[in-house]
Design a binder for this molecule. Structure first.
Ligand code: BJW
Ligand code: ZN
Length: 259
């Protein structure tokens, strides 16, 4: 903890990379591991464009269920501590693999409390959002939090512009990440003195290689995760524990400008 704090205090620019584990203490299931979402659903059945083409009803059933579950969750002390850091010191970028919107909710909550603009704490969403849809016909993309009726192919969400079938605006296996978001994340990773990696198994590319960009540029890596990952061996400090408990301790007093 002392080593991690010192690295954080010395850093002028910090990239925070988060994964499903940062939302675990909010009640959002992770993907892999004992309680993971993949336990009951094989990824190749549900999180690929082929699966959606084959059975859009099944895929929407899963996403509808996840939307409803996430909509009932709130940011936890880990999200709030990250948002507070991003709003009270310069040079912090949060980039997330999560599609649950909880970093954004935390940014809005802390910005309101501090009477600031939430922008510096809004995350770059590498894998899209559960609460955005994209039309498979005309490409229109918009925010949408409506409950999904996936009981029948006829009731699936339809585009307000052309009536075409909508899909969740998330990134499935084999699809490219949104290029602007990826580009900004890569730039932030290359320029960071410190990459704080929180709650990701670091198995899914290209997100998992962002911390290595920081290291290749001479920066350091700090990991927060109860379990080892492929990044643990290259991290300068590893904090084993849940991020809802570890981050508030790590980041208390991290509001001072870096340097
Ligand atoms: C806690 C905790 C607590 C628990 N506190 N922590 C290079 C090499 C090999 C393969 C590839 C490669 N490049 C691309 C690939 C293929 C593929 C890939 O990476 N495959 C690997 C699995 C081998 N990548 C892709 O296909 C990507 N696309 C791509 O690269 O396209 C290239 C291209 C270019 C040009 C044209 C076309 C293509 C896309 C990847 C998309 C991933 N999508 C998903 C689904 C998103 C939508 C949805 O949510 O449904 O994203 S998969 C899923 O995994 C989801 C997650 O964001 C992602 C990462 O998971 P994450 O967040 O790490 O969660 P878990 O569950 O794995 O881990 C949780 C962690 O939390 C654990 O470590 C716990 O210990 C910890 N934890 N409690 C802190 N309280
Ligand atoms: Zn359309």
């Amino acid at each position: 903890m002392d080593e991690a704090r010192a690295l954080l205090e010395a850093a002028k620019s910090v990239l925070v990379l988060t994964g499903a584990g940062v939302s675990a203490e909010s009640g959002v299931p992770t993907f892999r591991g004992e309680e993971g979402l993949w336990k009951s659903h094989r990824p190749e059945e549900l999180a690929t464009p082929e699966a959606f083409r084959r059975d859009p009803r099944l895929v929407w059933e899963w996403y509808g269920w996840r939307r409803a579950r996430v909509a009932a969750c709130d940011p936890n002390p880990g999200h709030l501590a990250l948002a507070r850091m991003a709003l009270t010191r310069d040079g912090v970028t949060i980039t997330t693999q999560n599609v649950d919107g909880l970093h954004e909710a935390a940014a809005l909550e802390v910005a309101r409390e501090l009477d600031r603009d939430p922008d510096p704490a809004l995350p770059l969403e590498l894998h899209g959002s559960l609460f955005r849809v994209r039309c498979t016909g005309c490409g229109e993309c918009y925010r949408d939090r409506e409950p999904v009726d996936a009981s029948d192919p006829e009731t699936l969400p339809a585009c307000r512009a052309c009536g075409g079938l909508l899909r969740p605006d998330v990134v499935w296996f084999g699809e490219g990440l949104p290029s602007d978001v990826l580009e900004r994340s890569l730039r932030a990773a290359r320029g960071a003195d410190l990459c704080l990696v929180v709650g990701t198994s670091a198995l899914v590319q290209p997100a998992a290689s962002l911390p290595l960009r920081t290291r290749d540029g001479g920066g350091r890596i700090v990991e927060v995760n109860p379990r080892p990952t492929p990044l643990s061996g290259v991290a300068s400090a590893v904090l084993r524990g849940g991020s809802g408990e570890v981050l508030p301790r790590l980041l208390s007093g991290a509001g001072a400008p870096g340097g």
